[in-house]
Design a protein around this ligand. Structure first.
Ligand code: NAD
Length: 497
């Protein structure tokens, strides 16, 4: 039960130098600008606990200035035909691809992510821009024609206007790209507030593409959620607010948006059940969960974090899972390509995850491996498997967002479905079985926006991403995101008189 040690490389060159950092300012109307106050927010490396940058703390005044720039730019940007918007998105993709190494190092320095994870984030960022560049030229809708006698109907797809975007710390650049690409493709302009903890790659992106973007089309204001984020959500000149973050922030944004009745797009938390039937390939499930449960150190809204395994194979499966989890390499991103798990993003989040582990142990949950923090500096927690988890236990219902998998058992299909659905969140789930009937029937009965069969965590730009229930509404990726950031208008011509 000894937790793995943190692999460190005290003499390795640092991931980034001063020249790699973006300007520590807001990006408004095509240029980096000072904020309205001198207050700053420390940006911390979670492996060393050292401050790596200080960014301005944006205010309502800074948000208002950025919204003004986005409004000024919107008519001109909306006039561009899809081909022109598509060309810009391809140019953004090319620019990110040219600087993939820099952006990956910067992301790892700010979040502590293994480099393999940051590289994957950057590759998917490029793919997101490329997909939206293609999709916007190939959108379809209802055929124009007469649906009432002598009346020709045309359906126009229009941009919404100015979109406010708020992003989280777990995939800073990628979550920004999931919004920026469809929002620009659909002809909108935007103001984006990155997480106060991880603004560096979003600001670097703006720096890298400044010469490509028309002024005011993309604006970035740093700052806290309760001030800068809240102003964006309530702003009367913002036509829609899109947030990726926690359920609590989603609620706050939806409440603030209600006053102006602006549209709301929410990608919130997850608590993904992994339902393993007795006929499943247990070895494949265990090795799949080694990745899907611990990718990005479990700070992942669709992490495979809640196993429900049939009681007849539970013991065998837990043994195989524990073997996989004990073999995980925990370390700093500078310590080699084989590092799989990094630190929690911040001291506050580390304390939160440790709190869940402490309470679970007190409640009689068994620690099969891990279960505690690893020696500092840094916010590392041992990859953990918890068993003997009873129905309704806190660790099985709430989003822990750390390197922790819980294991519960079930006796039959009915119980599996009932317990899998018995969480307030509905983002994603997986089902592991070789049985053809179960592989269709169980996903159909699960209340989650994505259900994988014999897999978990695989995403593609062509398919929609988003949740049900407490996980929010609206879809990222795919043509569904383009729809979400557009409005349809019906124009009807009387040609019979
Ligand atoms: P968070 O809610 O604490 O912060 C997210 C963003 O919201 C930050 O930029 C924050 O400043 C801002 N914010 C906070 N309060 C706000 C308010 N009142 N008004 C406006 N903005 C506000 O979330 P986090 O801790 O950064 O990210 C982790 C959460 O994000 C997890 O719950 C995770 O599941 C979720 N997430 C979901 C998806 C998805 O696709 N569904 C993807 C990534 C992360």
């Amino acid at each position: 039960m000894t937790p793995s040690a943190v692999r460190r490389a005290p003499h390795a060159p640092s991931l980034i130098g001063d020249a790699d950092l973006p300007p520590a300012r807001h990006f408004i109307d095509g240029t980096f600008v000072e904020g309205s106050t001198d207050r700053v927010i420390d940006v911390v490396d979670p492996c060393t606990e050292k401050i790596i940058a200080r960014i301005p703390e944006g205010t309502a005044e800074d948000i208002d200035r950025a919204v003004g720039a986005a409004r000024k730019a919107k008519a001109e940007w909306a006039r561009h035909v899809p081909k022109e918007r598509s060309e810009l998105l391809h140019a953004l993709a090319d620019r990110v691809a040219e600087h993939a190494d820099l952006l990956s190092r910067l992301e790892s320095a700010n979040t502590g992510k293994p480099l393999a994870v940051s590289r994957d984030d950057v590759a998917m960022t490029v793919d997101t821009f490329r997909f939206m560049a293609g999709a916007v030229r190939a959108t379809t809708s209802m055929a124009a024609g007469d649906y009432a006698e002598n009346h020709l109907s045309l359906i126009l797809r229009e941009p919404l206007g100015v979109i406010g975007v708020v992003t989280p710390w777990n995939y800073p650049l990628l979550m920004a790209a999931w919004k920026i690409a469809p929002i620009l493709a659909a002809g909108n302009t935007l103001v984006l507030k990155p997480s106060e903890q991880t603004p560096l790659t979003t600001l670097k992106f703006a720096e890298l593409v400044t010469d490509l973007l028309p002024s005011g089309v993309l604006n970035i204001v740093n700052g806290y959620g309760a001030t800068a984020g809240a102003r964006l959500a309530e702003h009367p000149d913002v036509d829609m607010i899109a947030l990726t973050g926690s359920v609590a922030s989603g609620r706050a944004v939806a409440r603030a948006a209600a006053e102006s009745l602006k549209r709301v797009h929410l990608e919130l938390g997850g608590k993904a059940p992994v339902v393993i039937f007795p006929d499943a390939d247990l070895a494949a499930a265990a090795s799949g969960l080694r990745v899907a449960g611990f990718w990005n150190s479990g700070q992942e809204c669709d992490a495979a974090c809640r196993v429900l395994v049939h009681e007849s194979v539970a013991e065998r499966f837990v043994e195989q899972l524990v073997d996989e989890v004990r073999a995980l390499v925990v370390g700093e991103p500078t310590c080699g390509e084989d590092v799989e798990v990094g630190p929690m993003v911040s001291k506050a989040h580390f304390d939160r995850v440790c709190g869940y582990l402490e309470r679970a142990k007190k409640d009689g949950v068994r620690v099969a491996t891990g279960g505690e923090a690893l020696d500092g500096p840094g916010y590392f927690i041992a990859p953990t498997v918890l068993t003997d988890v009873s129905e309704g236990a806190e660790v099985a219902r709430e989003e822990i967002f750390g390197p922790v998998i819980t294991v519960e058992t079930f006796a039959d299909e009915e119980e599996a479905v009932r317990r899998a659905n018995d969480v307030p969140l509905g983002l994603s789930a997986s089902v592991w079985t070789e049985n053809a009937r179960l592989s269709h029937d169980i996903p159909a009965r699960l209340d989650f926006g994505t259900v994988w069969v014999n897999s978990h965590l695989v995403l593609a730009g062509e398919v929609p991403w988003g949740g049900f229930k407490g996980s929010g509404y609206g879809r990222d990726l795919s043509i569904y995101a383009l729809d979400d950031y557009s409005r349809t208008k019906h124009v009807m011509h009387n040609h019979g008189c």
